[in-house]
Design a protein around this ligand. Structure first.
Ligand code: NAP
Length: 323
């Protein structure tokens, strides 16, 4: 099969399109003919060797995909050949065939397009598990979302609105904020030209936000923490800007909580809650409350360009690679 192969840790220029033996499904696994896969920031970290897992060489990156079932391994009765499923992958989406664990596969609604299905799971489910199960966001609360036009950020904006919250979107440009506004954000803050803390306090009548959804970290963390009100919950979702150190004294005095949320480990520890999240997200999508944003589509031969759009901070929403 053709695959975008990584043979050494490094930048995206280490990737190359080549022929690679097709994988075989083991017990509990499903072999997919990949139709399309979506790019995530974590793919870039994986190629650099900086992700939580480091697959053995050679491997193809790609953590989520939609595909048609080719073959099911021993003990898989939930799916059958020819069925269209979307799946979380350990890696391997940027290839003609990929393996997924059966617990990580979900039937795709007939009315959902391949491009949407390719990038539905990681963005929406990461945000939902963070916001619903860790943040315990309530109707009427205010949630601040950083990197609000990115892959997970934009889904957090929509999920916050669907849960009845007031959402303040923060991003680095007017174009990105306009997109977050079009997806429902009530307040907009440009953190490259405005003071994040001051603006959040203005937009919340001095109370601060109840929840902060943060896939960025780095230099934004300090102001974002200060903009959380009494009892606020800070959701650490990603660190594209760097890993912040959490000052416990600033949690204590305002009864704030600092909460981590990792989809990868949630999948293994809470499979029932994961299914609840996926089912609820598909219900919201059917009602039109979720509007997946696919900003660009590339062929497999240009998967590196697709990943570069994310790495260089140019992309919004999801970028898809059609196989
Ligand atoms: N915890 C989990 O379960 C989970 C799940 C999925 C993803 N993540 C993590 O969440 C983060 C975002 O992932 P994603 O796939 O949504 O990425 P993405 O689509 O690239 O979005 C990241 C956003 O971060 C902002 N940003 C700030 N500084 C940046 C920089 N130096 N380089 C690139 N972007 C920068 C950008 O928005 P502005 O230009 O507006 O600042 C961008 O839109 C990653 O760290 C990823 O590993 C975690």
């Amino acid at each position: 099969m053709r695959a975008m192969i990584c043979n050494a840790w490094g930048g995206l220029d280490t990737l190359h399109l080549s022929d690679h033996p097709a994988p075989e499904p083991g017990a509990g696994q499903v072999l997919l003919r990949v139709i399309a896969a979506a790019v995530n920031y974590a793919d870039i970290l994986m190629v650099r060797g900086e992700y939580q897992t480091r697959p053995a060489f050679p491997f193809a990156p790609g953590l989520e995909a939609v595909g048609e079932v080719i073959e099911c391994g021993e003990g898989v009765s939930e799916f059958s050949p020819g069925q269209r499923v979307m799946a979380f992958l350990n890696h391997g989406g940027f290839a003609e065939q990929a393996l997924a664990d059966k617990a990580d596969c979900f039937a795709v609604p007939d009315e959902m397009s391949d491009d949407i299905a390719a990038g539905f799971l990681i963005g929406y489910v990461s945000s939902d598990t963070a916001i619903r199960w860790q943040g315990r966001l309530e109707d009427g609360e205010t949630m601040l979302v950083l990197g609000a036009a990115g892959g997970v950020g934009l889904t957090a904006v929509e999920i916050g609105k669907a849960m009845g919250a007031r959402v303040i979107a923060a991003a680095s440009s007017a174009e990105k904020l306009a997109l977050a506004g079009a997806h429902g954000a009530d307040g907009l803050i440009n953190y490259t030209s405005e003071n994040l803390k001051v603006r959040v306090l203005e937009l919340t009548d001095g109370e601060g936000a109840d929840v902060c959804f943060d896939p960025v970290g780095g230099d934004l963390f300090d102001a974002a923490l200060s903009s959380l009100g009494w009892g606020g919950r800070f959701l650490h979702v990603g660190f594209v800007g760097g890993i912040p150190q959490v000052p416990a004294n600033r949690l204590l005095v305002k009864h704030r909580a600092s909460l981590g949320s990792s989809l990868r480990y949630f999948r293994h520890h809470r499979p029932d809650q994961l299914r609840t999240s996926v089912n609820e997200l598909l219900r919201l999508w059917r009602t039109g409350l979720l509007k997946p944003e696919i900003s660009a589509v590339y062929p497999l031969s240009e998967a590196v360009q697709a990943m570069d759009a994310i790495e260089s901070r140019r992309a919004v929403g999801k970028v898809v690679v059609q196989i």
